[in-house]
Design a protein around this ligand. Structure first.
Ligand code: NI
Length: 182
């Protein structure tokens, strides 16, 4: 396994649509292992393949165990993820991204979603996700479509500088942005 470099905003690959994985080859397995290692090395809670420069529809998600977050403490690997249903009801929350270092911003996301895809053995996966986990999945699946959270800010000024390395934890750990308004 290897920690791969994470590409950041400005790299045009982040704006491209990833292609579906057709065959889960040993090379895809290696990529998934490297993505997991890269996510851990960066203290991230989710990573899409495009963030390590691979335009393939693969996401890995692992939110550290927290009794207040349903679905935390579990590792998800989803190939060709697709949101098949999303609640009308949305919730605003802070998001950060390893590909947008040093910032966090407010984004409205569906509070509950239904995701379809494949696990790393190629078995069909169907996941129902709520709250924070639903937010993380929506963020990562957006990456596979070339969309970043900064495209979805509730307002253009609802983004703040945060200490680098804390981007993905601002909501989860309730860390306030350094320059939060008022
Ligand atoms: Ni991200």
């Amino acid at each position: 396994m290897a920690v791969l470099p994470v590409i950041t905003v400005g790299d045009p690959r982040l704006r491209q649509r990833s292609r579906p994985v057709e065959h889960i080859t040993p090379e895809v397995q290696r990529l998934i292992d490297d993505m997991i290692e890269t996510m851990h090395a960066n203290d991230g809670i989710g990573l899409a393949a495009v963030q390590v420069g691979e335009l393939r529809q693969i996401v890995v998600i692992e939110v550290p165990a927290d009794e207040e977050i349903a679905g935390s403490g579990q590792r998800y690997v989803v190939i060709n993820p697709e949101i098949v249903r999303a609640s009308q009801e949305e919730e605003i929350g802070l998001e950060g991204c390893l590909s947008v270092p040093g910032y966090a911003g407010d984004v409205a996301r569906s509070v509950s979603i239904f995701v379809r895809g494949l696990d790393r053995r190629g078995q069909k996966l169907r996941l129902r996700l709520n709250g924070f986990m639903a937010r993380v999945f929506q963020h990562e699946i957006d990456h596979t479509r070339g969309v970043l959270y900064i495209d979805r800010l509730v307002a253009p000024d609802r983004i703040w500088r945060v200490q680098e390395g804390t981007e993905e934890h601002v909501e989860q750990e309730g860390v306030l942005p350094e320059n939060a308004p008022g």
